[in-house]
Design a protein around this ligand. Structure first.
Ligand code: FES
Length: 191
C-alpha cells in the first residue's frame, strides 16, 4: 500500500514538473558595442586625424575621416613627399643630357636628366641587373667612379637602401638614379 502511494506521488510530481513553465532561458546580451563605446570614450581627444584603431565608436564609422581632416591629410608631409618633384618631372623637350661612361660596357652615352640610368642602359641593349626597380633592394647597384658622393652626380628618387658611407663611396641604385652631371659608372657593383 505504501509502495503504491509512493509510486502515485512520484508520478504526480513528475507530471507536475513536465507541465510546469520554466523560468525562461534568455541568451546572453551582446555587449560588444557597449564595451567598444565605453573604451572609445576613455581615449583622450587628439587634434590630429585619428588612426583607424582609435575611431571605434567615436561618432564616425571606423576608418572614416571627416571632410576637414581629410583635407588635412592630403596636405600632410607624407602626401607631399609622395608627390615630391624631381628631374623625372622634366619634359623630354626641356631635359638636359649628360655624358655617362658605362665602364664595363666600354661606352659613353648621353642620358637625359629625366631618365634613370638603368633605363638608359637597357635602351642600349645591355643586360643590366635589377629586381624591384623601386629603390628597395640593391640588385641594380652600381658605383660611380668619378670620385666623391654619388649624389653629387645623380638624384635618387626615394632610394631606401644606401647609407651615407655607401653613397660617399659612389654607390648608386641605377633604377632610381637620374643624372645631374657627367660621370663614369661601373654597373653590377654593390656595397
Ligand atoms: S632594382 Fe631594386 S633597387 Fe634598383
Amino acid at each position: 500500500m505504501l509502495g503504491l502511494s509512493l509510486g502515485a506521488a512520484l508520478t504526480v510530481v513528475v507530471v507536475a514538473f513536465h507541465y510546469a513553465r520554466g523560468t525562461g532561458w534568455e541568451p546572453t546580451a551582446d555587449i560588444t558595442q557597449e564595451v567598444l563605446e565605453r573604451r572609445a570614450s576613455s581615449v583622450a581627444e587628439t587634434d590630429f586625424p585619428e588612426p583607424m584603431n582609435r575611431s571605434i565608436g567615436g561618432g564616425a564609422a571606423a576608418g572614416a575621416v571627416p571632410a576637414g581632416e581629410g583635407a588635412e591629410l592630403e596636405g600632410s608631409d607624407e602626401a607631399a613627399a609622395d608627390e615630391e618633384s624631381g628631374p623625372w618631372d622634366v619634359s623630354d623637350d626641356e631635359a638636359e643630357y649628360y655624358e655617362i661612361e658605362f665602364v664595363k660596357q666600354g661606352e659613353t652615352i648621353e642620358v637625359p636628366e629625366n631618365e634613370p640610368l638603368l633605363d638608359s642602359g637597357e635602351e642600349e641593349g645591355w643586360d643590366l641587373p635589377y629586381a624591384c626597380r623601386q629603390g628597395q633592394c640593391v640588385s641594380c647597384a652600381g658605383q660611380i667612379t668619378s670620385g666623391g658622393n654619388s649624389e653629387d652626380y645623380v638624384v635618387h628618387d626615394d632610394q631606401q637602401m644606401l647609407e651615407t658611407p655607401e653613397l660617399d663611396d659612389g654607390y648608386t641604385l641605377t633604377c632610381v638614379a637620374y643624372p645631374k652631371d657627367d660621370f663614369a659608372i661601373e654597373t653590377g657593383e654593390a656595397p
